[in-house]
Design a protein around this ligand. Sequence first.
Ligand SMILES: O=P(O)(O)OC[C@H]1O[C@H](OP(=O)(O)OP(=O)(O)O)[C@H](O)[C@@H]1O
Ligand SMILES: O=C(O)c1cc(=O)[nH]c(=O)[nH]1
Length: 219
Amino acid sequence: MKRYQEDFIALAREHNVLKFGEFTLKSGRTSPYFFNAGAFATGAALAALGRYYAQCIVEAGVEFDVLLGPAYKGIPLATATAIALSDHHGRDVPFAYNRKEAKAHGEGGVLVGAPLDGRVLVIDDVMTAGTAVTEVIGLIEQSGARFAGVVIGLDRQERGQGVLSAVQEIELTHGAPVISLIGMSDIIEYVEQDGDLAQDGVLAAMRNYRTKYGVQCTN
Ligand SMILES: O=P(O)(O)OC[C@H]1O[C@H](OP(=O)(O)OP(=O)(O)O)[C@H](O)[C@@H]1O
Ligand SMILES: O=C(O)c1cc(=O)[nH]c(=O)[nH]1
């Protein structure tokens, strides 16, 4: 793991973002772990997140014209990433986000911020089955813009709608990269190194879950 990946996991544990137990996911799957990015709820945590996402984008060399943070948890992530790209990489990029429900008064609509023009890079927290990102790609295409890829904090490295991983499905269908800060394999590595978690049966539950829903590592 790279230094910023270890720091990202440490930050997630410190803020109780990465939890172990029993959780129901958007896909209906029952998971022994959950990554609640909403608990990154301080200015310093968001500033650090922005730096990690920005570093990941710069290292990946992905080309884009505008950042898009999907509601809800993608919104502060895209904001923090835009600030970090400006502060630490000298790149002042436009960013936008969407509403889950269209606004019927005032300016109206579902999009807020910069217009979706050109290549749009989506910034989100987690990918499981890929449903959320697929929806937001629809929004980008309806706006006449082009999907340039997605950067996620955690790739859960799970199957999408078929036998391929959600990441492979998105990459094959849309011809754009899915870039992640960490994958489930990194969390398993973290659990393996933590004697208490391994003893509590977390490691066994994680491995069982990976057997049921996982795919080979994609990062
Ligand atoms: O890959 P998927 O199976 O779609 O699941 C992952 C998505 O689900 C959650 O979003 P949710 O729609 O619950 O919205 P939130 O940001 O409002 O929590 C999470 O933030 C991911 O974006
Ligand atoms: O699949 C999901 O719904 C999901 C998984 C996860 O770890 N975190 C999250 O916010 N959503």
